[in-house]
Design a protein around this ligand. Structure first.
Ligand code: PHE
Length: 344
């Protein structure tokens, strides 16, 4: 029995020398030391031994078991170490590799222009008011002194959804909403930026959808000179300190008197060129003193307070500021066009 044990030790250790994987090692452990393994098999014969022999053989068996076990454990540790090393090697990060460049986006020229306009008025203490693009006939027209069937409604051809609901044609309804929310309190000093919709055929200067920024100031003793000073400051911030404005009489149902504002031509500085058709001036916005009826419908007493309002198209300002000849460039998302504004 002792010889069989010795043989077992030799063959087990020999086989263990050549084992190449953790899985194979596991199989050998079962083969030699498992419940149905070779060692157990031999030890089953212990019952037939004499009382003197039993402890001697027992000792040998234990020695064989621990020798085999020792090698197996050693090998197992080695396999584990190797596996860890492999994993670490695979996970190594080469911090010297050059990084992948991420394409950098730029603010759209229209948003950029709108932000610039907003910044000028925020700097003057205005706050920003927003309202719905789907608007009621009341807020879009009636409360702005444009009753149903008023001929001036033709100035702004509209997309109606029902008889009473339409896509807003300007952001003036936000001014009405602001007035009514104020409950007669002064001062009111807001700008209303947002998308507006008109039934225009798209061309180089028109779009069925465009962006406006309108402004409204109400308080005691607000005069046309306040309007003029505000607009001059705005224009000089946008187009440079040399820019001048002129007001031409005009008509809007919600303002009286009304004016259209021109800025000195951004191209020729007022000398006359193709851009300004030789006049030296470019039209940029509409404005006026808030009509008494509009003040009343907004919850203000026209005998007590007065106000001015103005409205401009963001596209128009951007066209002039950047010398762009077609409004459609803003909407077609050609990166060759948009990319030019990344560096400005
Ligand atoms: N709401 C006018 C428009 O969209 C612009 C405007 C606003 C004119 C305020 C005068 C005063 O055409």
């Amino acid at each position: 029995m002792k010889e069989r044990l010795e043989e077992l030790r030799v063959s087990a250790l020999q086989e263990l020398q050549t084992v190449e994987s953790a899985a194979a090692l596991g199989e050998l452990r079962v083969k030699y030391l498992g419940k149905k393994g070779a060692l157990t098999e031999i030890l089953r014969g212990m019952g037939g031994l004499s009382a003197e022999e039993r402890p001697v053989i027992g000792e040998v068996a234990n020695a064989v078991r621990s020798a085999i076990e020792g090698v197996i454990n050693e090998k197992q540790e080695a396999f584990q170490q190797e596996e860890t090393n492999n994993r670490l090697r695979k996970e190594t990060i080469d911090v010297t590799l050059p990084g992948r460049a991420l394409p950098r986006a730029a603010v759209h020229p229209l948003n950029k222009t709108a932000q610039e306009i907003e910044d000028v008025f925020l700097g003057l203490g205005f706050s920003i008011a927003e309202g719905p693009e789907v608007e009621t006939d009341y807020f879009n027209f009636e409360a702005l002194n444009l009753p149903k069937n008023h001929p001036a409604r033709d100035m702004q051809d509209s997309f109606y959804i029902t008889d009473e609901i339409l896509m807003r044609t300007h952001t003036s309804p936000v001014q009405v909403r602001t007035m009514q929310a104020k409950g007669g309190a002064t001062p009111v000093k807001v700008i209303c930026p947002g998308k507006v919709y008109r039934r225009d055929d798209d061309d180089a200067t028109h779009s069925f959808q465009f962006n406006q920024i309108e402004g409204l100031v109400i308080g005691k003793g607000i005069r046309m000179s306040d309007l003029k000073g505000t607009l001059l400051h705005f224009v000089q911030q946008m187009f440079g300190a040399q820019a001048q404005i002129r007001l031409r009489p005009s008509f809007f149902p919600f303002t009286e008197p009304s004016a259209e504002v021109d800025v000195t031509c951004v191209q020729c500085g007022g000398h006359g060129c193709r851009m300004c058709k030789g006049t030296g001036w470019l039209e940029i916005l509409g404005c006026g003193m808030v009509h008494p009826s509009v003040l009343e419908m907004g919850g203000y007493d026209p005998e007590e307070v007065s106000g001015f309002a103005f409205g401009m198209g963001v596209e128009r300002i951007a066209l002039l500021k950047y010398g762009i000849d077609d409004i459609r460039h803003f909407y077609t998302n050609d990166l060759r066009f948009l990319g030019q504004f990344a560096r400005m």
